[in-house]
Unconditional design. Structure first.
Length: 342
């Protein structure tokens, strides 16, 4: 999709500037480092909009996405908004002829993903999701050890888990309607790692959930206390994902990857490989390689200027959402559900 002569010709903007982790500033800054030109920000909070105009002198500020799309010459819009708005706002941007990147997760349901992908295809526009954690140091190290060096043989099981014991906060991420549920926040990150390690088609998903122990300001709409997804792959491998606010004895690491010749456990900082050699257990520990988040926007810029293949395609971003959507449905129905590919 080579559409621009050089990266600086790509005018970029964000929808949403403040909130946790100062994401608006990070996105615009990273796009600027990749050579693109920040031109617009839409933010409903006047105080946050004022900060954006100070952080990026000369940028155009708008109090709504509609005004930004109507009045600015932005080419690429990044959506930094609550999860349940991603699909609706992405469709609005695509229909106005803009390229779109959503923050994680891509959307809440598979149907939302498919509608957005279809619109982007019809209009021949870029659509992606900010899966910067595709380049986290922990998974870069894991891919090197597991896939290239085959340190643990053939992978047949991945156990992904996160959480401890404690009541969630009263922010929008604790609302199931807005966030999608407990699996949708860190779950998409852990699935991003897992789906690189298990390179196979999804066959079916079974979901489990328990709710009602913790309550927040969202009352009955509070996320589940704990939820799990069990995924069967065409290769025969399987994956379990569990996110919990009830875990009194948390397991070490974020991912435990088991193969025919050993086990690989990692978190954000370190890894541990356990193998047997002549009945002797050998444990190797190390630190992960540095993260390379800048590669996401560099790839986007190269895609739009040189036609370089997009790494995080919308089809790639659909996969974790399909798993989470099926897990939600399965938990309600009490049965495994088959995966569907478009």
């Amino acid at each position: 999709m080579a559409q621009f002569k050089q990266a600086s010709d790509i005018h970029v903007g964000v929808v949403g500037y403040g909130g946790a982790f100062n994401m608006g500033k990070r996105h615009l800054g990273d796009m600027q480092k990749a050579g693109m030109t920040p031109v617009a920000v839409a933010e409903v909070d006047p105080a946050r909009l004022k900060v954006a105009l100070k952080d990026f002198p000369g940028i155009q500020g708008y109090d709504s996405i509609s005004r930004m799309l109507k009045k600015s010459d932005v080419h690429l819009v990044v959506l930094i908004t609550p999860h349940n708005t991603h699909a609706r706002l992405a469709l609005q941007c695509l229909r106005s002829g803009r390229h779109v990147i959503t923050e994680k997760p891509f959307a809440i349901t598979t149907a939302e993903c498919d509608a957005t992908i279809g619109e982007a295809r019809r209009r021949k526009l870029l659509l992606s999701t900010y899966h910067n954690r595709h380049w986290d140091g922990c998974v870069l190290e894991a891919m090197k050890r597991i896939r290239r060096e085959r340190a643990i043989g053939d992978v047949y099981r991945v156990e992904a888990h996160m959480g401890g014991y404690g009541q969630p906060g009263d922010w929008w991420r604790s609302s199931k309607t807005i966030s999608g549920g407990i699996l949708y926040d860190w779950g998409v990150h852990l699935l991003e790692y897992s789906l690189q390690i298990i390179d196979s088609e999804i066959v079916e998903v079974t979901g489990f959930a328990r709710a009602g122990f913790w309550k927040t300001a969202w009352k009955q709409d509070t996320n589940e206390d704990v939820a799990s997804a069990v995924v069967r792959f065409k290769s025969g491998a399987w994956l379990t994902l569990t996110i919990s606010s009830l875990e009194s004895n948390s397991k070490p690491g974020w991912l435990e990857v088991t193969g025919t010749r050993g086990t690989y456990i990692f978190d954000g900082s370190t890894y541990e490989i356990t193998r047997f050699r002549e009945d002797q257990k050998i444990v190797t520990r190390g630190r992960n390689t540095p993260s390379r988040w800048e590669r996401f926007y560099r790839n986007v810029a190269d895609h739009l200027t040189r036609g370089t293949p997009l790494v995080i395609t919308p089809e790639w971003a659909r996969r974790p959402i399909h798993i989470l959507d099926l897990a939600n449905q399965s938990a309600k129905k009490g049965t495994a559900l088959k995966a569907k590919y478009k």
